[in-house]
Design a protein around this ligand. Structure first.
Ligand SMILES: [Zn+2]
Length: 322
C-alpha cells in the first residue's frame, strides 16, 4: 500500500504544481496586458491634448454649384404680369410669391434709419392704376434720388397682388387666386371671414380668407413689415373715396397722416362714408403691429395715376413724423 501511495503522491504534487504555474502565467499575462492598455490609453490622451493642426477650409469648396448644369433642371420663370424694370437703377428684391408663383417685389431707395413703406396693387387689376403709379414713382425717384431725405429709407412694393392683375384689369382682377380680398385678409383684431355687404364692394363674390393671414401675398407683406421697423405706411387703392386712417378706432398719428396727404393731393379727408365696415385691412394690422401711422389712400378714378398730386403726397409722406 505504502509503495503504491508514494508515486501517486508525486503525481498529485506535479499536477498541482503545473496548475499553479499555469494560473500564475495567466495572471501574469493579464496584468501585463492591462498595464500596457493603460499605457496606450495614456498615450492617446496625450496625443489628443497635443494641439491639432489648424484646419483650413478652401473658400470655394462647398458653396459653388457644379460646373456642369443639370440637363433636367428647368429654372423657374419669375414672370410679372406687367413687367417693369428700371433701365438703370436698383434691382427689386423679391419678398415672396403669389399663389401662382408670381414674385412680389420691393424697390429700396435711400439708406437712412427711418423706414417708410408704400404698397400698391393690393386689389390687383381692379386697381391697376395704383401699380402704374408705383412704377412712375419708382422711375422718378431713381432719376431724382434727392427726393429721399438722408435719414430715410423708402420701400415700394409695386404690386402686392400680381395674380389679380394678370387675371383682368377690371372687377375680375380684384381678388387673389383663392378669391380672397387681400385687404380683408390681414390678422388685425377685427378680422372676419364674412362681413355685412351693406355699403361695401359687391361686384364679385369674395371672402376674408380662411383665417387672418391665410394668403401667401398677405404673409409676404406681413413678414416684410415684421422684419423692418416701418414708421409710416401708405397702401394705395382706387377710387375716389379719399384717405382712410389705420386703426380701430383710427389712431391719432394715422389721422394726422391722412390729413397731411389729403392736403397734398386734394383727396377727401375724412373719407366718404358709404356705410361699409372695413375688416382685416393692411393699415389696421400695421398700426396694431408697431407701424407709427398708416393709411389706405384712394386715387381719384380707376384709370389715372394722378402723378403730380402723388408726387406732392410723397414729399408730405417722407417728411411726416408719427
Ligand atoms: Zn382697393
Amino acid at each position: 500500500m505504502s509503495r503504491r501511495k508514494k508515486p501517486s503522491h508525486a503525481w498529485v504534487y506535479i499536477i498541482w504544481g503545473v496548475n499553479v504555474l499555469a494560473l500564475l502565467t495567466v495572471l501574469g499575462v493579464a496584468i501585463l496586458n492591462t498595464s500596457s492598455l493603460r499605457a496606450s490609453a495614456a498615450d492617446e490622451t496625450l496625443a489628443t491634448i497635443a494641439p491639432a493642426p489648424t484646419r483650413v477650409i478652401p473658400p470655394t469648396l462647398y458653396f459653388l454649384p457644379t460646373l456642369t448644369p443639370n440637363p433636367r433642371y428647368t429654372p423657374p420663370a419669375f414672370e410679372t404680369s406687367t413687367p417693369f424694370e428700371l433701365a438703370e437703377g436698383p434691382r427689386p428684391t423679391i419678398i415672396g410669391f403669389s399663389l401662382s408663383a408670381r414674385p412680389i417685389e420691393v424697390y429700396t431707395f435711400g439708406a437712412g434709419e427711418r423706414e417708410y413703406l408704400i404698397v400698391a396693387g393690393i386689389h390687383g387689376g381692379y386697381e391697376w392704376n395704383t401699380i402704374a403709379l408705383a412704377n412712375e414713382l419708382i422711375t422718378h425717384i431713381n432719376e431724382h434720388p434727392e427726393t429721399i431725405p438722408s435719414d430715410v429709407t423708402l420701400y415700394i412694393i409695386r404690386n402686392m397682388n400680381p395674380d389679380g392683375e394678370a387675371r383682368a384689369h377690371g372687377v375680375d382682377g380684384r381678388v387673389n387666386n383663392n378669391g380672397v380680398d387681400l385687404n380683408r385678409n390681414f390678422p388685425s383684431e377685427n378680422w372676419v371671414e364674412e362681413w355685412d355687404r351693406n355699403g361695401c364692394w359687391i361686384y364679385r363674390p369674395t371672402t376674408g380668407g380662411l383665417y387672418g393671414g391665410s394668403e401667401p401675398e398677405t404673409r409676404s407683406v406681413m413678414s416684410f413689415i415684421q422684419s423692418h421697423e416701418i414708421e409710416v405706411l401708405i397702401s394705395y387703392h382706387s377710387a375716389a373715396l379719399g384717405v382712410f386712417p389705420g386703426g380701430v378706432p383710427w389712431t391719432e398719428p394715422s389721422k394726422k397722416l391722412a390729413n397731411a396727404l389729403s392736403k397734398a393731393t386734394g383727396y377727401p379727408y375724412p373719407p366718404i362714408d358709404t356705410g361699409c365696415e372695413y375688416t382685416g385691412t393692411l393699415a389696421d394690422w400695421a398700426v396694431e403691429n408697431g407701424v407709427g401711422a398708416a393709411v389706405d389712400m384712394e386715387l381719384s378714378n380707376h384709370r389715372d395715376t394722378d402723378f403730380q398730386e402723388n408726387l406732392k403726397a410723397l414729399k408730405a409722406f417722407l417728411n411726416f413724423n408719427p
